[in-house]
Write a protein of this length. Structure first.
Length: 174
């Protein structure tokens, strides 16, 4: 059983918790995602296990999950990447590439640009059945064909378009 913190609409912890799989009554919860891109501009994607309650057998971004009670999103990103793919990356002091909202909460998205040898990954058998590299067109085609989690196509395009930059300005200064 996973216990998650409940946040208010300003992302401030309320001091209350709830059990994952139930609703965060009167508040929201936090999710951390890690998306890995290689030098060819391909996204590392994972296929969820057939027995997963949410989106079984569908493909998804590299790694992610709910931030557990007492964790920061950086700690959750580091934990999820290690648990799901066996990749150890230190996220201490790293800010999310982008933050988004959904009906029940907030998502912090961390982007890594690095080469990863897929044969050296250690997949979490309870969660992940396969991994592969995919380009933008492949991911969008998978969304269209219901084999990828149904993210908005514009969201996926945004990730591909911005994975090598940080922020929304082309140069520093005001």
């Amino acid at each position: 059983m996973e216990i998650l913190d409940i946040y208010d609409s300003n992302r401030m912890p309320t001091g209350r918790t709830f059990v994952r799989g139930t609703k965060p009554e009167g508040g929201y919860y936090l999710v951390a995602q890690v998306i890995v891109f290689n030098t060819k501009g391909q996204m590392l994607i994972q296929q969820r296990q057939a027995h997963k309650l949410g989106w079984p057998n569908r493909w998804d971004v590299s790694a992610g999950g709910s931030v557990q009670a007492g964790e920061t999103s950086q700690q959750a990103a580091q934990r999820e990447l290690r648990e799901e793919l066996g990749l150890s990356v230190n996220f201490t002091g790293v800010r999310p590439h982008v933050c988004s909202t959904f009906a029940e909460g907030f998502t912090d998205v961390y982007i890594l640009n690095r080469e990863v040898n897929l044969s050296r990954l250690t997949l979490q058998t309870e969660e992940v059945q396969a991994v592969r590299w995919a380009n933008r067109e492949q991911v969008l085609h998978m969304i269209e064909n219901d084999t990828f989690i149904p993210y908005y196509p514009g969201w996926i395009a945004y990730l591909f378009d911005t994975h090598e930059q940080y922020g929304s300005f082309r140069r520093a200064g005001y």
